[in-house]
Ligand binder design. Structure first.
Ligand code: 13P
Length: 260
């Protein structure tokens, strides 16, 4: 394994999306807490839950090696923004992570990259780690604009942050066509985009080049190890498979195999 890759901790984060209810969550969270205890130092894990379940995540993951977070936050600090959840509110419940700019937010809530950048800043101000999602549609891939699309999405965030702030983000490359489709990017496709994103991060500052760049999109126990073995893939953002504890923990295990 290249030395450069071995230095970076692997990160496997579940994104539950709008799934879960109290009773079933408890079983899943307990399994994640137990599974996290079996991971070695080179792998970190966590789950981003629907905001109403933050307190439950805090109760059941608190004291474990698993972190928790939210799937979106408001671009505002507080105020008359009905229905929104501020970064500080998530931080009150011990959250570590806030996903920002997920393609489902971009597509269904018209979130543009400048808004995503403000959300990343709000997360950092509240002490949360923003997981900044970027990714192209199938049409964009087919017409050869993948790098231009993800580059523009990431650039908006890098422009908003200082170099020091940028060292504290996580980036997730999630090709839209691979999300929930069962059709993952090939390792070569993913690595190519990750290397591109890494170079863009490096242009913000040497320390920024080492932020984790996760892959998301139909990651399963069967393809995780090969993906995570790529030089610039530092782990995964896991949707569907994060709802099944056995699959999620097998993916965490795959990250471990790639990190030793
Ligand atoms: P799937 O793993 O279900 O494809 O979802 C990926 C994703 O969108 C994670 O944020």
């Amino acid at each position: 394994m290249p030395k450069e890759q071995a230095k970076r901790t692997k990160l496997v984060i579940g994104n539950w999306k709008m799934h879960g209810r109290l009773v079933e969550n408890a079983v899943l969270l307990q399994a994640v807490a137990a599974g996290a205890a079996t991971l070695q130092k080179g792998v970190r894990t966590g789950v981003c839950v629907p905001a109403p379940y933050l307190a439950q995540a805090q109760a059941l993951l608190g004291g474990s090696l698993a972190a928790w977070g939210v799937q979106d936050i408001s671009a505002h600090v507080q105020g008359a923004y009905t229905g929104e959840v501020a970064a500080g509110m998530a931080a009150d419940f011990g959250a570590t992570f806030a996903v920002v700019g997920h393609s489902e937010r971009r597509a269904y809530h018209c979130e543009h990259s400048d808004l995503v950048a403000v959300k990343a800043l709000r997360a950092l101000e509240a002490g949360l780690t923003p997981i900044v999602c970027v990714g192209e549609t199938l049409e964009q891939r087919d017409n050869g604009s993948t790098e231009q699309v993800v580059g523009t999405q990431l650039e908006a965030v890098l422009l908003m942050l200082s170099e020091e702030q940028a060292t504290k983000i996580v980036v997730a490359y999630e090709p839209v066509w691979a999300i929930g489709t069962g059709k993952s990017a090939t390792t070569e496709q993913a690595q190519q985009v990750h290397a591109f994103l890494r170079a863009q991060l490096a242009s913000k500052g040497a320390a920024v080049a080492n932020v984790p760049v996760l892959y998301g999109g139909s990651v399963k126990p069967e393809n995780a190890e090969e993906l995570f073995a790529q030089q610039d893939i530092d782990g995964g953002l896991i949707g569907g498979a994060s709802l099944k504890s056995n699959d999620f923990l097998a993916i965490c295990q795959a990250a471990q195999n790639g990190s030793v």
